[in-house]
Structure formats: structure tokens, C-alpha cells
Design a protein around this ligand. Sequence first.
Ligand code: 1HA
Length: 272
Amino acid sequence: ACCDDGHPFTDIIYEKAIGEGIAKITINRPERRNAFRPQTLNEMTRALNDARNDIEIGVIILTGKGNKAFCSGGDQSLRGSQGYSDHDSTGRLNVLDVQVQIRRLPKPVIAMVAGYAVGGGHVLHMVCDLTIAADNAVFGQTGPKVGSFDAGYGCSTMSRLIGTKRAREMWFLCRFYNAKEAMQMGLINTVVQLDKLEQETVKWSREILKNSPTAIRICKSALNAVDDGHAGLQELSGNATLLFYGSEEADEGKNAYLQRRRPDFSKFPRLP
Ligand code: 1HA
């Protein structure tokens, strides 16, 4: 178990498997079916940042404590007219920031789902790169039933995943779907027995970790780029810059600047 260098975590458990390349973030509010409050999301942001910055980490697993729920969305008892509030009275919808953070994190994030992934918790699994579900998993949106909606990634990623007719069904009817149904719909990657969930998720993680980190990083940003518009292109292009910085051609420009001379790019080919 570990912490980043800030305050200790209360709403999540953050662990890193030393030498494995895997970080795990567990939402730790099982008495509320792992509903999140602003504090939970602030801690998730810190843990995700830590995992991003740790060059030993190549895969992040996101899960919920216990077998009853992955996450049941926003804590409805803390919902006010400006969003969700806990320590101060200012409401916020900071799950939206966490969704963006997961999308932009240049390492795969895997949702490991046992029990309910509903409401804002369902959107969280959808924005993860992969979802491994236990056979007791239940998926659904509840927003229109409880006076809410996620018209951002909650709608757009869903329609990409399962198609626009099915997405309308999930949002308009607010039905719950079991793991087998979710699998058939294309919402998730695989279903395993509950007692094999962690083992299977680690197996998938290890397979990813055998592959080229740069290739995975660029595939992730490319898979998101169209849907994320300019922000998606910016991220994808950042990878081009990152690779270019490793080249002799880019070095010539930097060195010429530092040596106060004209750069000489003549030896670099203008490839077809
Ligand atoms: O839509 C958004 C957003 C949109 C845009 C921007 C930001 C957003 C942020 C959040 C959200 C949302 O997440 S809206 C959707 C909120 N979530 C829900 O509507 C799900 C509510 N929970 C349930 O439907 C059920 O609890 C359950 C299907 C997940 C589990 O049912 P189960 O197993 O029968 O347990 P249950 O007895 O209902 O719950 C156990 C305890 O957990 C209860 O407390 P207790 O009576 O023991 O004191 C229950 O109240 C609590 N709990 C469960 N989910 C939540 C919750 N308390 C607060 N908030 C919850 N979400």
C-alpha cells in the first residue's frame, strides 16, 4: 500500500505492485456502494497523477472495495444545487475532471468491475480503456431516474461503444444489464468468475506490460483523438514532438540555438 506525497488517503486505497508495473486505485466507500464524493475524486486525481508520473508504472487498475459495487456514482446525500459538496459548501462536478484525466493518461486504465457499475460509476468504467467484469457485475445509467444526466462522455463514449440505438435505450429506460448482456452489447471486454476477477485483470495487465510502452501510448491517444477533437489531436501531436525530440534533426536545431549559430538541416532527408 502507498500514498502519494500528500495527505493520507481516506476515500481510496492506492497500491503499487513493486516490480510489476501495476498501480491499483480502489474506491473505498463500500457502505455507500462506493459512491463518490468530491474528496474521493480529489484523491483519485492525486493517485492517477502519481501513477502517470511514475515511470515504473505501465497499467492502472481502477476498482471498488468489496464485491457489491465498482461504483454507484455521485453520493446523492451530498448533492446540492451546485453539484456535490463535502468539506466545504461549494458544490462541484469534479468527476468530469477525473474522466478527462483517465482519457488523457498515456497508460492503459483498466476498470475491474464486481457488482454495480451504475450512474456516474458506469461512466467511469466506460472512460477506462478496458473493462474486466465479474459474473456478478451489473451495468446501467440511473441519471434520468434520479434527476441527473451525463451528456458528455457519458453519452458520447457509450454510443461509440454500443451504438446509438442501444445508448438511447440505456439512457432513456435506465435499465440494468448483467455481465453477459453487457458483453454482448460491447460495453465490456470480458466476464470471469468473481473469484478469478483480480487474477484475470492482472493477466491482462501483464500482457499489456510485455508490449512497447510507446506504441501503446500512441494507440491510446489515436483511439481517443477523433472523439476528443482539438484536445485529442493536441495529445496525439504531443507524441510526435516527444519522438522528434529524440532525433538528431531536432537536436541540431536546439544545439544551433544554444551555440548561437545558424542551424544546418541540409543532411536530413526530405522523405517521400
Ligand atoms: O449523473 C452524474 C453526473 C452527471 C454530470 C456531472 C457529474 C455527475 C456526477 C454524478 C452523477 C451520478 O452519479 S447520478 C447517479 C447517482 N447514482 C445512483 O442513482 C445510484 C443509486 N444507488 C442505487 O441505485 C443502489 O444503491 C445500487 C443499485 C447501487 C445498489 O443497490 P443495493 O445493493 O440494493 O444497495 P442499497 O441498499 O440501495 O445501497 C446500500 C447503501 O448505499 C444504502 O445506504 P443505507 O441505506 O445502508 O444507509 C444506499 O443509500 C447507499 N448508496 C448506494 N448508492 C448511493 C448510496 N448513497 C448515496 N449515493 C449513492 N449513489
